[in-house]
Write a protein that binds this ligand. Structure first.
Ligand code: PMP
Length: 430
């Protein structure tokens, strides 16, 4: 495979951009080799600067759930562009998308649009602190909530992949207010709450975490968290930046029937444009400026082009109820196929899957939390990643990420993925 243009661009990029990339997860640091520079994408495929074609398994880290360059989104964006790109004043589209989001996501009675998942989680924590008058909050080990200071403690995703789960630059004072707990362990939460009685503003988690590889909540876990938070006056925040509009149209909270007090959203909500949102109970959201005292703002928040892309994708997901059934089928075909091939070849690697998200861990142990995930063989993952890439399958370049499948994956393409998987696993063990 000739990737000379990507190599040339990456070498040039490193002169002007730290590490040559605008987000660390894009570098192939953990798996070796140079990142591919992408020229265009369509449906289930990505094309690099040398016009090599790849089957997409990341889909821009989640947003492209309908596949790339979807006509509904493209047309909505082009139409919106004709009326101007930003006004810095309220628009009808912001009202429409807020109405739609509140109708789709069970916990969201009012919503504020922002420009990224990071802004959504930062704002949600500030609001929870302002509303409760408490400083501390609980975060799960290995969960990622964007790059706000107070979240870069035992952080998953790129922070973990690059070996910096605790980022320099976060003050000790900030870190002190972030209490850490292992995921899927209710007893640990009870103990933390007991030891910090009346001081905890919020508990934030990815209800179905994807940033340490995909993990699934144990039976009763989310319900247990709900109960503890209600008893202790702690605001339960589901970070559904990944799972929102993906696991169901109402996200993980709808799928598991557990309603948090607040929810953070991103990725799919913008149809590929930079959008995030946070929302929740009216009385909490009304604490945000200008109706309340907690300040949060944004020059480009609710941008008309981004709102148009968001409306196009959310309307489609809301109206076409077959989509989630199709996505679930795609997810289980891929995951079950991989499990079968592994077991036929005599490997008992762990595959976690829910709907259109899955992770293959190079570990024979169950993976239910961060400590389990860390037992995976990252060297073997790197070899597997390269073997798949050479066969035209574009995976996330880290063991500690979930994959996000799109509706554009046809049965033929799933077959190609599975054949490539079989060849790759054989190759790395030969
Ligand atoms: N929360 C979660 C669960 C995420 O997965 C991410 C990004 N992967 C974020 C927050 C941050 O979102 P953004 O990259 O848009 O700032």
């Amino acid at each position: 495979m000739n990737i000379s243009e990507s190599k040339r661009l990456f070498s040039e990029a490193q002169n002007y951009i730290p590490g040559g990339v605008n987000s660390p997860v894009r570098a192939f640091k953990a798996v070796g080799g140079d990142p591919l520079f992408i020229k265009r994408a369509n449906g289930a495929f990505l094309y690099d600067e040398n016009d090599n074609e790849y089957i997409e398994m990341i889909n821009s880290w989640g947003p492209m759930i309908l596949g790339h360059n979807h006509p509904l989104i493209r047309e909505a964006v082009i139409k919106a562009m004709e009326s101007g790109t930003s006004f810095g004043a309220p628009t009808a589209k912001e009202v429409q998308i807020a109405e739609l989001i509140t109708s789709m996501v069970p916990s969201v009675e009012k919503v504020r649009m922002v420009n990224s998942g990071t802004e959504a989680t930062m704002s949600a924590i500030r609001l929870a602190r302002g509303y409760t008058g408490r400083d501390k909050f609980i975060k799960m080990e290995g969960h990622y909530h964007g790059h706000g200071d107070s979240f870069l403690i035992s952080a998953g995703s790129g922070a973990m992949t690059m070996g910096n789960p605790d980022s320099p630059g976060v003050t000790k004072g900030t870190a002190r207010d972030t209490l850490l707990a292992p995921y899927n362990d209710l007893e640990a939460i009870r103990n933390l709450v007991e030891a910090n009685k009346g001081e905890i503003a919020a508990l934030i988690l990815e209800p179905v975490p994807g940033n340490m590889g995909l993990c699934i909540p144990k039976d009763g876990y989310l319900e247990g968290l709900r109960e503890i938070c209600t008893q202790e006056g702690i605001i339960l925040i589901f970070d559904e930046v990944m799972t929102g509009f993906r696991l169901s149209k109402g996200g993980a909270q709808e799928l598991f029937g557990v309603t948090p007090d607040m929810t953070t959203l991103g990725k799919i909500i913008g149809g590929g444009l930079p959008v995030g949102a946070y929302g929740g109970k009216k009385e909490i959201m009304d604490f945000v400026s200008p109706s309340g005292p907690v300040y949060q703002a944004g020059t480009l928040s609710g941008n008309p082009i981004a709102m148009s892309a968001g409306m196009a994708i959310l309307n489609e997901l809301n109206e076409n109820s077959e989509i989630y059934k199709e996505l679930d089928e795609i997810g289980s075909k891929v995951a079950e196929g991989i499990k079968k091939i592994n077991s036929d070849l005599g490997f008992d690697y762990t595959v976690n899957q829910l709907g259109s998200m899955y992770s293959l861990f190079f570990s024979s142990k169950e993976v239910n939390n961060f400590d389990d995930a860390k037992k995976a063989d990252v060297g073997l993952f790197g070899q597997y990643f390269q073997a798949m890439l050479h066969r035209g399958i574009y995976l996330a370049p880290s063991q500690f990420e979930s994959l996000f499948l799109s509706k554009a994956l046809s049965t033929d393409l799933i077959d190609k993925i599975l054949t490539s998987h079989e060849e790759s696993v054989k190759e790395i063990h030969s």
